[in-house]
Ligand binder design. Structure first.
Ligand code: NAP
Length: 468
């Protein structure tokens, strides 16, 4: 029998998930010195994962990476099987009948909870829910946000929090020329939110924003940044973190915070209050969020291992909206080992482990591999690492019994799953762009499975944009 990866017997890879991690895994496979084909399975009828569904509409440049993915998708060795959920529509064992390796790029789909009373009150939302809603993810188009309150609180000091803050502050004049969904634009145009509190449980030296993101918050139209200079006085351990020459990002962040703190008060329409060393203790209200109680923290521990500890001082802030931007967790897939504590697939350099030993043929990339850290580009090196593991394992990987995609299509068809190909996606893409053009927007997303599947079926010439 020909060796796996040879011209006679290319390596057959199924990739579950078509976000940046999935596509960068494909890129690494196609750059490897082997023959490989990649069938990418995706739960939605649309590709690109969070690049499409979570990148904020006012950051269109972040989406230019799609061009790289689109080029890969044009390769003859590539297939897209959209509208197919691995673990639900097709099992991992079924995939392994037809693919030598399965690479999981399923991300960290579940937002982390705070685990505090009142978290489930109406008005308290995961930041992801907000992002997926304004980006038209079909699972979230029915979400409701009440922007009739003047005060909103964003918990967490990472880049997801900065996205939420910007989307609450950006005026409709800015958003209307983006690809934000029309329903979100209309709702945000009516927003009465004026004061946004961006609250971290640790200090300014530990904030996880990248400097560009925090800097941008100081440049938003008609919005003052309010930061108390006293909040920038550091304890010795935090100062030691900043003094470490490797800690470039935090040092740059600190310079931005210092500039914010020096700004004279003015009377712009909105105010962004940046606050540190406060943990939410509970969200209060009768039927909905009406206020949030914070406990002041102090930091304990060694530099780079500092933990927030309650100092016994409490403060109540009236607010009608709370967004939790405190991280994410991966979700399990039947047939794949799962690390409950970390919310990832246990792995070593991308090899999925069961009881500490690699499971032949199963690999992971992206957030389900390393946890929810890093930017889109981080997935490039991450994909290469996993593909290097595959190459090193190649002679040990048991070839799949039936190296063919046709039986997979037949199986999905017998289950009434309408597979969306990359050509179908191109039709959706064309339809969305045409629909957006009519409104002076780069695109108006289709936000239901029915509308997406309908557009996938129709040729772009006959497609008529639905009225919104
Ligand atoms: P993140 O960077 O890990 O930030 C999570 C924040 O939540 C931290 O400030 C963390 O504080 C805080 N937190 C966690 N548990 C908490 C609790 N119980 N109470 C209060 N605060 C809590 O996560 P993220 O913002 O979700 O971002 C995930 C990744 O995506 C990051 O790598 C990010 O850079 C990337 N991303 C990038 C962009 C962009 O480039 N524009 C946009 C979005 C996301 P501690 O530090 O104290 O744990």
């Amino acid at each position: 029998m020909s060796a796996l990866g040879s011209a006679e017997r290319p390596l057959r890879a199924a990739i579950a998930g078509s976000g940046s991690a999935g596509f960068y895994a494909v890129a690494a496979l196609f750059s490897a010195p082997i023959n490989a084909r990649a069938d990418v399975f995706e739960r939605l009828p649309t590709p690109y994962g969070l690049v499409r569904a979570a990148v904020a509409p006012d950051h269109p440049n972040t989406r230019t990476v799609i061009k790289v993915f689109d080029k890969l998708a044009g390769r003859e060795e590539f297939s897209f099987l959209g509208n197919v959920q691995v673990g639900r529509d097709i099992s991992v064992n079924e995939l392994r009948e037809h693919y030598d390796v399965v690479i999981f790029a399923t991300g960290a789909e579940a937002p982390a909870d705070l685990g505090i009373p009142g978290e489930d009150l109406f008005g308290s939302h995961a930041a992801d829910e907000f992002a997926l809603w304004y980006n038209g993810h079909p699972d979230f188009r029915e979400s409701r946000f009440d922007f009739s309150h003047e005060t909103a609180v964003v918990i967490g000091q990472g880049n997801v929090a900065t996205d939420v803050v910007r989307m609450l502050i950006q005026p409709p004049e800015v958003l209307k020329s983006t690809d934000i969904t029309q329903y979100a634009l209309d709702a945000l145009a009516e927003s009465r939110v004026r004061d946004i509190h961006l609250v971290g449980r640790r200090g300014p030296a530990q904030a996880r924003f990248t400097t560009q993101e925090i800097q941008e918050l100081g440049e938003l139209p008609d919005c003052d940044v309010v930061l108390d200079p006293a909040d920038l006085i550091l304890d010795p351990a935090s100062q030691a973190e900043l003094d470490n020459p490797k800690n470039v990002n935090s040092k740059r962040n600190m310079a931005v915070f210092e500039e914010f703190a020096k700004r004279p008060a003015s009377s712009k329409r909105k105010r962004l209050h940046i606050r540190f060393l406060h943990s939410p203790i509970r969200i209060q209200g009768q039927d909905r969020a009406e206020s949030i109680v914070f406990e002041k923290n102090r930091l304990e521990g060694e530099p780079f291992h500092l933990k927030a500890r309650g100092a016994g001082e409490f403060e109540t802030l009236k607010c009608g909206l709370v967004f939790r931007a405190v991280g994410h967790r991966g979700v399990p897939i039947p047939g794949v080992p799962f690390d409950e504590a970390r919310g990832v697939f246990p792995n070593q350099a991308g090899r999925i482990l069961h009881q500490g030993k690699p499971v032949p043929g199963l690999y992971a990339v992206g957030w389900i591999k390393r946890g929810p850290t890093g930017l889109i580009g981080t997935n490039k090196a991450d994909g290469i690492e996993t593909v290097d593991s595959i190459l090193a394992d190649l002679s040990e990987i048991p070839p799949c019994p039936e190296p063919d995609s046709a039986p997979i299509h037949a199986l999905l068809s017998s289950r009434n799953i309408r597979v969306v190909s990359y050509e179908d996606w191109r039709r959706i893409d064309t339809a969305e762009i045409a629909h957006g053009e009519a409104k002076g927007k780069p695109r108006e997303k289709l936000t239901t499975f029915d509308a997406l599947l309908d557009a996938a079926r129709k040729s772009s010439r006959t497609y008529r944009a639905p009225s919104s």
